[in-house]
Design a protein around this ligand. Structure first.
Ligand SMILES: *Cc1c(COP(=O)(O)O)cnc(C)c1O
Length: 359
């Protein structure tokens, strides 16, 4: 069986070993005679998986003790609503920095909940082709929080240095670059990520939130939408997406075996460099629409001269087993998503193909 060389933007490639482990354990989890999906979420077998997944998030990211790690349903999009519902009380306002369509969506959703401001936007700069500089940020020192999108999956830009927001909690949607490298979690009030890009299957979101923000969060909203409900119940308030959590565990276990975040960062940087080097080679056969300093290490966006050439590129790539290279429908062009599970070997194959196609 030939596995596709998968550059899908999300859901995306998963580590082969994590899938093979699931295959091996599918009918019988640790000698229990059942798959993980058939276990009670209150039983020992599932609980061990659940707690291991949370412990791995803590260990790999170095999550400090004063943070909760929550496993929630509803994807990143539910967090667009839960963040303001919990952290934006009446009489306060929240700042949003708009760097792409996902941050626009987060902003729009927050507007339905409370008062929000745009602290900066790069929409007019070649359609989100860059990340704002610190001096461009119009930050409200009394804001309830500042929201950013750390990696703009569609535009292909990424925050390489996080903004200084003073004492205001920084909230980051890290759906498409969580765990691509080590970060200092203590700089954030809350981090959230839908799992289906760098962590596992869809249907699961990881939320890392400072405990004081959980405690001070609003309690006049539905129970299921309060962070404290999930924090108080170890994310077992109701039935969690057990198979998704199991896969998260498998993926993170592989990441740990591969040396953790420092090791994956080296590989990720090498992968991104391979593709940007081809794009930057003399001639404008491939063009990156993104400012150099803002280029994403996860989603490499580029265009070719004509739609016909782009169609031919995709079709030739497909013949070589490479899939998922079409850009988002809203921006067109090409996009190679090279998340943690996309191997250096696959990216080398793509870089070689790009040179060959150009010739
Ligand atoms: C994919 C993505 C989302 C949407 O995630 P869902 O889980 O589908 O809600 C949100 N933000 C970013 C940055 C993304 O890449």
């Amino acid at each position: 069986m030939a596995r596709a060389i998968n550059f899908n933007p999300g859901p995306a490639a998963l580590p082969l070993a994590a899938l093979e482990r699931a295959q091996k354990e599918l009918l019988d989890l640790n000698g229990t005679g059942m798959s993980v999906m058939e276990h009670s979420h209150r039983g020992k077998a599932y609980e061990a998986v659940h707690n291991e997944a949370i412990a791995l998030v803590r260990e790999l990211m170095g999550v400090p003790d004063n943070y909760d790690v929550l496993l929630l349903q509803g994807g990143a999009s539910l967090q667009f609503a839960m963040v303001p519902m919990n952290l934006l009380p009446a009489g306060k306002s929240a700042d949003y920095i708009l760097t792409g369509s996902w941050s626009q969506k987060a902003y729009k959703e927050a507007k339905t909940v409370g008062t929000v401001r745009v602290a900066a936007t790069t929409e007019k700069d070649k359609k989100f082709g860059r990340i704002p500089e610190q001096k461009e940020l119009d930050l409200d020192p009394n804001a309830a929080y500042v929201h950013i999108t750390s990696n703009n999956t569609i535009a292909g830009t990424q925050w390489h240095e996080f903004p200084d927001v003073g004492n205001v909690p920084l909230v980051a949607d890290m759906s498409s670059d969580i765990m691509w490298r080590p970060i200092d979690v203590s700089k954030f009030g809350l981090i959230y990520a839908g799992a289906q890009k760098n962590l596992g299957p869809s249907g699961l979101a990881v939320v890392i939130v400072r405990k004081d923000l959980v405690a001070s969060g609003r309690s006049d909203i539905p129970t299921i939408l309060q962070y404290r409900t999930h924090a108080d119940n170890n994310s077992l308030y109701n039935t969690p997406p057990t198979f998704g959590v199991y896969m998260l565990r498998n993926v993170l276990d592989e990441l740990k075996k591969a040396g953790g975040l420092a090791a994956i960062e080296r590989v990720n940087r090498e992968k991104a460099k391979l593709l940007y080097d081809v794009i930057d080679e003399r001639s404008d056969f491939y063009v990156s629409p993104v400012e150099k300093s803002a280029r994403s290490t996860m989603n490499v966006v580029f265009t070719l001269k004509t739609p016909e050439l782009e169609a031919e590129f995709l079709s030739e790539a497909q013949k070589r087993g490479m899939v998922g290279l079409k850009g988002h429908r809203s921006v067109g062009g090409m996009r190679a998503s090279i998340y943690n599970a996309v191997s250096l070997e696959w990216v080398k194959a793509l870089a070689d193909f790009m040179r060959e196609f150009k010739r």
